[in-house]
Write a protein that binds this ligand. Structure first.
Ligand SMILES: C[S@@+](CC[C@H](N)C(=O)[O-])C[C@H]1O[C@@H](n2cnc3c(N)ncnc32)[C@H](O)[C@@H]1O
Length: 333
């Protein structure tokens, strides 16, 4: 399934398992930290072991779809001040066990301490607390350290290279939230993109949120793969890209395949789906092939505005061509 330069709304594993192997040069991501944040479509208070098992499956898929030498930049923080959870250690161990090379860690100093303190045992050494005013970007590579690329596609300047290779990055967190509880600051993504990828490379964010990675990719002439389980965040990402590029990017929906362990139930469901598929032919007429791959979803009536948007699923390149006048009326067919 080709998901390059598309905003894909779906479950991370469902989408990643459909992506081709060795197709992504850089993954920049920040998973939910399992600290009870109010995400639109994700339960951020899972059992800790279930949470780790889930992420381990995501890393396995990440490794598969990275090219040899491809990088994973994983933004993560320790969680809990009283009940300290070294999430960065647990995720590092997972990735090393999967055979990823641990290249370095960047300290993202969020400069958020100023006048705050964690009271703990104030002015007493009996039980003082530390407030983590920093996060990590853990950098891994697949199989080898070197990423192949042409010299003319390395677009980082000397000043940027010197500045970014100091592993302590002072960047304030994003204040414009776009109704998302934890978006990346653009500057953080910009530095990772320029430092770790060539112009024209494909960059993935499998927990894409409101599309900061996709946005920076468009600004720096990289291709992007954006996945998020929330339709609302994907739509916001589309609006941000539209504001930057002046073209509309549709959200592509990938629904969960319905699976059940019981073969008897599976058989029943297949029959049920056949019936619905037949009725969907009548319901949606000749445009049924444009609707969702999951027949259960297909029979749902879409509002008119979304049907129009569904048609506009052309990849970015064509849109950019159109803007450059190489192909007129990209969307008028
Ligand atoms: C820390 S936020 C990432 C924010 C993003 N870096 C940005 O700049 O907007 C984690 C994201 O993971 C998404 N998410 C949670 N569970 C998911 C799943 N099963 N599949 C895909 N995305 C998921 C959430 O909706 C949330 O937007």
């Amino acid at each position: 399934m080709d998901i390059v330069n598309q905003l894909v709304n779906g479950d991370v594993l469902e989408v990643m398992t459909r992506a081709p192997s060795d197709s992504v040069h850089l993954a920049i991501t920040s998973p939910p930290y399992n600290v009870g944040k109010a995400y639109d479509a994700h339960d951020d208070e899972m059992d800790y072991q279930d949470y780790l098992n889930w992420l381990n499956r995501v890393w396995k898929e990440t490794k598969r779809i990275l090219v040899p030498g491809g990088r994973l930049c994983l933004n993560v923080a320790t969680t809990g001040i009283k009940e300290f959870t070294p999430l960065h250690h647990d995720l590092t161990s997972q990735l090393r066990r999967l055979g990823m090379r641990f290249r370095t860690e960047i300290i993202w100093d969020k400069q958020s301490m100023k006048t705050r303190t964690a009271w703990g045992s104030f002015r007493s050494p009996s039980n003082p607390h530390i407030i983590p005013s920093w996060e990590y970007v853990l950098v891994f590579s697949k199989e080898r350290n070197k990423l192949d690329g042409k010299k003319q596609d390395a677009d980082i300047t000397s000043e940027e290279f010197v500045k970014f290779s100091n592993g302590m990055w002072h960047i304030t967190p994003e204040t414009r939230r776009d109704s998302h509880p934890a978006p990346f600051p653009e500057e953080l993504v910009y530095r990772l993109v320029k430092f770790y990828s060539f112009r024209g490379n494909t960059v993935l964010d499998m927990f894409g949120g409101v599309g900061t990675v996709a946005l920076v990719c468009c600004k720096t002439k990289r291709k992007f793969v954006h996945i998020d389980v929330s339709e609302e965040y994907c739509r916001t990402a589309g609006k941000r890209l539209e504001a930057c590029l002046g073209v509309r990017v549709a959200v592509r929906h990938v629904r969960r395949k319905r699976r059940t362990a019981d073969p008897a139930v599976r058989g029943l469901r297949r029959n049920d789906q056949k019936t619905k598929r037949r009725s969907s032919k009548v319901f949606l007429g000749r445009r049924r092939h444009r609707c969702h791959a999951d027949p259960i979803v297909r029979v749902r009536k879409r509002p008119a505005a979304r049907r129009v948007q569904q048609r506009r699923t052309e990849p970015f390149d064509e849109v950019l061509w159109a803007r450059q006048g190489r192909r007129k009326h990209a969307y008028t067919k």
